[in-house]
Design a protein. Structure first.
Length: 594
């Protein structure tokens, strides 16, 4: 049978082809959306294994009445920020800041687009292999951690899309058996609360409350102390047991998040949980081997007992100290205990942990080291950690907020120290952990060790290349002058250095901090940028192209780029007189007197 031939005119064929192309395009690009939907991620592993955490009966309920938020009208706190309005107008500087701000915003957009395209809903993007990875229970750490940055930088469409995704998170559906109470609190809970504070989007507060009800189970034990290793099954049954060796930061860092939640929801149990910790810390601050500070490890099996003998403002302890002055602000100055603990700690750390390094250019800088103590002898190890770079901002903030003597000046020297360390290494970025030569004590720099606490901060320090080379040994061939060892040469996209530089700029208004920030940003961008995002690097003493380690933690978008953006923004954007930032750079509103 012959097949009939349909004769079409060339004009009709062209019209039909055009219609087909038109229809295909709009099927792939729906009207009203200039952005394609993110690639769907796999669903959260497993079904919800537990019921409603809000209605979970406690196994070990509190025997005393819950402690509520401090009563009274918030006090008028001292001014924190420099009076920028009183400065003479500088159109050139304003334009320069705008150009730099746009460059930071572009870096964030590139990072966000890479995450959105290749790792949507996962905790992190692996920026080299372009795969998603779950490192924080699989709830989408980068998604939640970045919410407030999206809002602050003006990415409102991306923010709304993210809020829709956040509403679908099921805290009981995860492939993990456990989560870190510390990380979950600062990244997820802090991120949700901050995004709500900025946007007023009710679903974010609802989701924060859901999460907090679950995390509250960490306190369901006879001691009412938090358990950082949050095993979901044990938590549901009230069977989490507080440890006799718990990281001190994990014990003392939830105060801001639980307090802000209590302020927003009027649920007293959240404030009660952290107020019990505060009471224990207040009782034990003078009872450690270094009175005024708590060791890196605490026994919380029955209250708080500072039995360890190692003290640091860095890893495992940092945010415990960071939150003391910030809690005073967040409570509107209504709890003097936080101010007293902060001042006691700051004074102790300045006497025993802060040191001046011996460096070739003899700059006036400070770092925060690590000490061991037995109640009589305090032995300083002059280490430099990137994590301790927040300390400059802490001292400067306390100088203004708490009138801590020389706080701003001390903070400036610490912040300059970290900025100097960035410039010292070939990559233009400081190492994760390294050791320096301490002025006045190490390797024959002086004949006798200075014994007066705190005097090493002011001691003159002549550069001695022979002493440095003797202490550094073969490391002198690869390390900058003054460094004897680089224990960890990586850069993990960390924020602590730019955090302090930002705080010092907002407090002093001095141009040097703007320039330091831009130098740091350019070095970071050059060393870490990939085709679709940014990656940590393995060795800051190298400028090789194959130096990247396929890691982009959520704090790159939550903290590092936020601080860079804010320092080049107008000073009323997240003013330090209106907001206090948690350790993940999530801004919480400060209560004000009516």
């Amino acid at each position: 049978m012959a097949i009939p031939v349909i004769h079409r005119s060339p004009r009709r064929m062209l019209i039909a082809a055009a219609i087909a192309i038109f229809v295909t395009y709009f099927l792939l690009h729906p009207v009203g959306s200039s952005r394609s939907a993110p690639v769907p991620r796999r669903h959260q592993q497993g079904d919800a294994q537990f019921g409603d955490w809000a209605n979970r009966p406690e196994k070990w309920p509190s025997r005393s009445e819950l402690v509520g938020l401090p009563e009274g009208t918030p006090r008028k706190l001292p001014r924190i920020q420099h009076d920028f309005a009183a400065d003479a107008p500088d159109p050139k500087l304003k334009k320069l800041k705008a150009v730099r701000r746009d460059a930071v915003r572009a870096a964030f957009k590139k990072s966000w687009d890479g995450y959105r395209k290749y790792a949507w809903g996962f905790d992190e993007l692996r920026p080299e292999t372009l795969k998603g990875d779950d490192t924080f229970a699989g709830w989408g750490a980068t998604l939640v951690d970045s919410l407030d940055t999206l809002w602050i930088m003006g990415f409102k469409d991306e923010f709304e899309e993210s809020v829709k995704a956040v509403r679908q998170i099921n805290w009981s559906a995860t492939s993990s058996m456990s989560c870190s109470l510390f990380e979950t609190t600062i990244r997820y809970l802090g991120g949700l609360l901050s995004a709500y504070d900025l946007s007023g989007s009710q679903p974010l507060l609802d989701k924060a409350l859901e999460l907090a009800h679950m995390l509250y189970a960490a306190f369901d034990n006879t001691a009412r102390m938090p358990v950082n290793n949050f095993r979901f099954d044990l938590a549901w049954g009230g069977n989490l047991m507080p440890s006799s060796r718990e990281i001190s930061a994990a014990v003392g860092t939830m105060s801001m998040e639980f307090t802000r939640l209590a302020q927003l929801t009027n649920e007293p149990k959240f404030y009660d949980a952290i107020d019990r910790i505060k009471t224990q810390m207040e009782k034990t601050q003078a009872k450690s081997y270094l009175p005024g500070m708590w060791p890196m490890w605490l026994d919380v099996s029955e209250g708080i007992h500072p039995t360890d003998n190692t003290f640091s403002l860095g890893a495992q302890a940092d945010s415990l100290y960071e939150y003391l002055p910030k809690m005073y602000a967040l409570l509107g100055g209504l709890d003097e205990a936080y101010a007293k603990m902060a001042k006691y700690m700051l004074d102790t750390a300045r006497k025993h942990l802060l040191f001046r390094p011996m460096v070739p250019d003899k700059v006036d800088i400070l770092f925060s080291g690590e000490v061991t103590a037995d109640g009589k002898v305090v032995d300083l190890k002059p280490d430099m950690q990137h994590l301790t770079c927040f300390v400059g901002g802490m001292y400067a903030l306390s100088g203004k907020l708490l009138a801590f003597e020389d706080g701003v000046a001390t903070g400036a020297r610490l912040a300059r120290g970290c900025a100097w360390a960035y410039s010292a290494f070939p990559a233009g970025i400081m190492a994760e952990v390294a050791t320096l030569v301490e002025c006045g004590s190490g390797g024959g720099v002086k004949a006798k060790k200075i014994k007066v606490p705190g005097s090493a901060l002011e001691s003159p320090c002549e550069w001695n290349a022979t002493v440095w080379k003797d202490l550094a040994g073969m490391n002198a061939e690869t390390l900058p002058g003054g460094f004897t060892t680089a224990w960890d040469r990586r850069y993990l996209l960390r924020p602590e250095a730019i955090e302090s530089v930002f705080v010092l700029y907002r407090i002093t208004g001095e141009r040097e901090w703007l320039d330091a920030a831009w130098t740091m940003f350019e070095s970071i961008r050059k060393a870490t940028e990939t085709e679709y995002a940014f990656s940590g690097i393995g060795d800051v003493t190298s400028t090789a192209e194959n130096n990247k380690i396929n890691s982009m933690e959520s704090f790159w978008l939550s903290e590092t780029l936020k601080y860079f953006f804010l320092i080049f923004s107008e000073p009323d954007v997240i003013s330090l007189d209106d907001f206090v930032l948690n350790t993940e750079a999530h801004p919480f509103r400060i209560p004000k007197p009516r």
